[in-house]
Design a protein around this ligand. Sequence first.
Ligand SMILES: *Cc1c(COP(=O)(O)O)cnc(C)c1O
Length: 369
Amino acid sequence: MRQESIPFVNLGIQFERFQNEIIEKFKQISSAGHYILGAEVEAFEHEFAEYCQAKFALGVANGADALFLVMKALGVGAGDEVITAPNSFLASAGAIVATGARATFCDVAEDYNLDPEKLAAAITPKTKGVMPVHLTGLPADMGPILEVANKHGLFVLEDCAQAVGARYKGKRIGAIGTAGAFSLHPLKNLHVHGDGGAITTNDEKLYQKLKLLRNHGLKNRDECEIWGYNSRLDAIQAAIARIKLRHLDEMTTRYQTIADNYWRGLKGVVRVPDRPDFAEGVYHNFVIQVERRPQLQEYLSSKGIETKIHYPIPIHLQQPARKWGHQEGDFPVAERQVTKILSLPIYPELTDEQVSRVISEIRFFYEAT
Ligand SMILES: *Cc1c(COP(=O)(O)O)cnc(C)c1O
């Protein structure tokens, strides 16, 4: 019997669902001739701010820029340090380095997020802020992180790229700290057809400065107030984000249902994700920890099931970070997890039948071999 393959991502089927609305918007925006920023982006910003329970939102070119611009607006630069998680996607640390500052790290806990108990020890006189990453779609434990940060006068920039819609103690992530940075990249839960990003904050002064920074420092068509950058969001991408934002809660529920099925089906067979009671995750990734990972991955692949590792090399052990003197053993929890983690396919369009098949193949692998 030939079995249908289960790819790790399948963006085409989400497009099919929304194509009528997207094509209509594409025609409308193309005829009107306003392609960058403008009314469509402003409408997205209002709706996104409301969604994230933040006072302000700003559309930018991508998630890395969202992080970078917030730090620039907060005055981060050469000689400064910002603490982040060593197990994140490279862009978290990369955005810090882009400001001229140095990325420093704090080990993570079993939930893959910054371990608040280790945070104080990572602070030096040069530390200006902390960038917790809500990795895998699960909010970091913001309460104790904010407590340590406030005590030391540090900003807290939430890397929300993987966690749009997630809640920490009932409140949406993004404006719990000083600001939040989101990515609208095609692989994120809320995505557009290219690059895109957004910033959320409750701080009006910060918002006004970010608005200048993302568009060459221009306060109107002709007058520049500060030196800035080009990090604008396109109208068509904002329109696509608006269409999908209206369905995001329903898609999130589907992510959570799939996660729940994986969780119950695989508990006791492999290590399933922590579900701390302070957080409601949106399962950007469903990460298990397994023994004999290469063999399992190969077995699943032979059955047409695609899996990935997020991420196979911790940031502090990447070549450019080694120059800062990092070595194996610096962040033992992250380094232990990296040898065992495996991400399973998870997206709203995945069927119950496909999820069951992934579960039964993993169970079969450990029971039969
Ligand atoms: C995707 C991602 C980013 C960067 O977003 P881009 O839109 O690709 O620039 C930053 N941090 C994390 C944790 C991410 O997953």
